[in-house]
Design a protein around this ligand. Sequence first.
Ligand code: GLU
Length: 303
Amino acid sequence: MVVGRFAPSPSGRMHLGNVWSALLAWLSVRSQNGEMVLRLEDLDPDRCRPAYCDQLKDDLQWLGLDWDREQTRQSQRTDAYAASFSKLESMGLVYPCYCSRADLHAANAPHASDGRLLYAGTCRHLTEQQRREKTKAPAWRLMVPDETITFTDGLQGTISENLAADCGDFIIRRADGVYAYQLAVVVDDLEGGITEVVRGRDLLDSTPRQRYLYRLLEGTPPATYHVPLLLAADGRRLSKRERDLDLGILRQTMTAEALLGRLASLAGLLDRPEPVSAGELVRYFHWNRVPSRDIFVDFGDFC
Ligand code: GLU
């Protein structure tokens, strides 16, 4: 059976782009008679607020996007992340990194295609003595092999990345003790038996790292569908911080059916943006209708 998930971060109200990803994730699962799981990704205590958790659930219910079970929220799962961290450590693949943000910028070239920093491995070869001399708390990095990871994304096609050349050793636990998204998401998807991940295309470049973690943790990676982003006319991505067309605004200006109809027409599921319920859309859904490229949206249509 297909098991999909909503994995929202309660760091703000859902915006139009979050609704878009949630709708496609839900339609994919429901069209395959699968199971939908909700997991609140409140990993980062600096950004997440409990009040947003209730709001997220209320917003999903308002949209008619239901779920069959809820996984334990990430802030309660530290022991599980610690166990996987120890497993990786016992494989000799984890080391402490003392680099500051300024060190990283000075030592590491931004990756040409997307501006990501490529970690140069500065702390990989520190001796025990050098580590003892450090006074600050380290972040913890996972060593990556010089190997190309290739997989097929259901929407974006074949993706290849050489982890050493394109990413470098990456952080799995921050200096403040918080486990990194990359590790937590894999541990949780494994625990939840998730077989299908639908999320924004902005997370596509995390997938090779996550697939490497699946291999080390001896799990089967889920199928992925990285959906296009909705962009403002000037090419800007929507952001929670800017409160871009979030559900607080949208719920005042339109019904759930009107909103879903507009999104369904952007997804190629309806010819015209007619009001429709989520349940009615299930029979129109097919991945081969959904575009793979980012979509410019006239936000005026949503206000
Ligand atoms: N929590 C992440 C977000 O809200 C999604 C992570 C994922 O789908 O892997 O952007």
